[in-house]
Design a protein around this ligand. Structure first.
Ligand code: HEM
Length: 425
């Protein structure tokens, strides 16, 4: 692997500087890769590029280039990643779709559908499979660098992932779609699949063949799997980090509980509608996702044509990575950046500051996370329910917890830790 300095108004050229990629090639790469990305940002600035074999990857490391690039349709494509092609049934879900009318329609419908309360499904059964897929993808697959290999001599990891993904799509997508079609009653929308079936029925009534085509079964199934995979680990990891930080900072936990008790009391559980009345809860969520963003490099984009960011030329096909971690730890933007301080999001009179531009946990621009609003509401509601009813504290004698990110380079999760959970009566 080599790193190249970007030159103004020139195609990026790999220079002779070859970096030691050993730390990146370990099986768990989560903390080392963010350290390396931050070090390279110091050395090379807001845009640098890395070659993974023949593949050019451009890293965006400042707020300015992040907003410029992420709002350009030129850089709103998705790269061909063999393992993600498996997950999306060949690019048929929202996350892996290229820009175009189908993506626009599915983003619009899914955004509307997420406003419905989704009924509980068989989440637990497939959690383990989901964990395995994310871990294997997040730690890199040879097939993602050399896609042809999957046709000739697929690795064991790739074959297992293909099997897991097949199970997930079948169990969670196709079987559910069949069931929903059988039980569908016009106007009685109970979840995302019902919503999409209804949208297709309306398209059929409208008679637009292109719209009907864009809502065929395979796209609905892949969207279901996409929303499940996109929303599960990210939310779980954020909650996990929140509990870990709050166990370490009992004073902040008490402040949170005081807010919840003052606004909601102890007679009922917090609801989604309480979110706007809980600024400290929201600031705890924002700060957790700043200091430990669950997706430290967001989701990679692809340049769909020769384009530019800042003074740099980006060739068609380059992979574009948003370096959320480094932006969230930039000491010029965030005072004591490694410190957990939810107060930084509050004004002097304890109101929530508008979302700062440099907070990019859900990405920004054309491909910004589709579930941002529902994820935030869900996180705050669950956090408020937990803190209202339980106290999380370190075991006796334990003074500190290791906050090094674990998991994989794709989704950062906390390293295992022990806390005491006490029920509040
Ligand atoms: C803590 C929770 C979450 C975090 C941190 C998160 C973060 C992200 C990020 C960084 C991206 C990539 C943006 C880009 O490509 O520029 C993304 C995309 C996406 N997210 Fe989320 N997400 C979360 C929860 C959810 C939930 C709950 C859902 C849906 C139920 C969801 C659905 C999606 C989808 C469909 C995309 C792909 C959008 C596209 O390609 O156009 N996410 N998310």
């Amino acid at each position: 692997m080599s790193v190249c300095r970007k030159r103004a108004n020139k195609r990026p050229i790999a220079e002779s500087l070859t970096v030691n990629c050993a730390p990146i090639c370990r099986s768990s790469v989560s903390s080392s890769i963010v350290d390396i990305a931050s070090k390279w940002t110091e050395d090379y600035g807001s845009v640098f590029c890395v070659y993974f074999g023949p593949q050019l990857v451009v890293a965006l490391n400042s707020v300015e280039v992040a907003y410029e690039a992420m709002t350009k349709s030129d850089m709103a494509g998705r790269p061909f990643v063999a393992s993600l092609q498996l997950l999306s049934g060949g690019g048929n879900n929202i996350g892996q779709s290229q820009m175009g009318p189908k993506l626009r329609l599915h983003r619009k419908l899914a955004t509307k559908a997420l406003r419905y309360t989704l009924e509980d499904s068989d989440f637990q059964k497939i959690r383990k499979i989901n964990d395995d897929i994310v871990f294997d993808y997040g730690n890199g697959m040879v097939e993602d660098i050399v896609p042809g290999l999957r046709h000739v001599y697929p690795t064991q990891k790739y074959r297992k992932t293909a099997q897991d993904i097949g199970f997930l799509q079948n169990f969670f997508g196709w079987q559910q779609l069949d069931l929903h079609k059988k039980n569908f009653t016009e106007g009685n929308i109970t979840d995302f699949i019902d919503f999409m079936i209804q949208a297709r029925k309306e398209a059929e009534k409208g008679g637009d063949p292109e719209e009907i085509e864009m809502l065929k079964d395979v796209y609905i199934v892949m969207d279901v799997v996409d929303l499940f995979t996109a929303g599960t680990d990210t939310t779980r990891s954020t909650l996990n980090w929140m509990i870990k930080y709050l166990s370490l900072y009992p004073d902040k936990q008490d402040k949170l509980r005081a807010e919840i008790n003052a606004v909601i009391g102890r007679e009922r559980l917090p609801l989604a509608a309480d979110r706007t009345k809980l600024p400290y809860c929201e600031s705890v969520m924002l700060e957790t996702m700043r200091v430990r963003p669950p997706l430290p490099f967001a989701l990679v984009h692809a340049a769909t044509c020769d384009t530019k960011v800042g003074e740099y030329d980006i060739p068609k096909g380059a992979i574009i990575g948003l370096n959320v971690w480094t932006i969230h730890h930039n000491p010029k933007i965030w005072l004591n950046a490694e410190e957990f301080s939810p107060e930084r999001f509050l004004t002097a009179d304890e109101k929530l500051d508008p979302r700062p531009r440099s907070w990019l946990a859900f990405g920004t621009g054309t491909r910004v996370c589709l579930g941002e609003n529902s994820a935030k509401t869900e996180l705050i509601t669950i956090l408020a329910c937990l803190i209202q009813n339980f106290r999380f504290r370190l075991p006796d004698g334990v003074k500190n917890l290791d906050m090094t990110p674990g998991g994989c380079a794709f989704v950062h999760t906390p390293l295992p830790y022990e806390v005491i959970i006490e029920k509040i009566n």
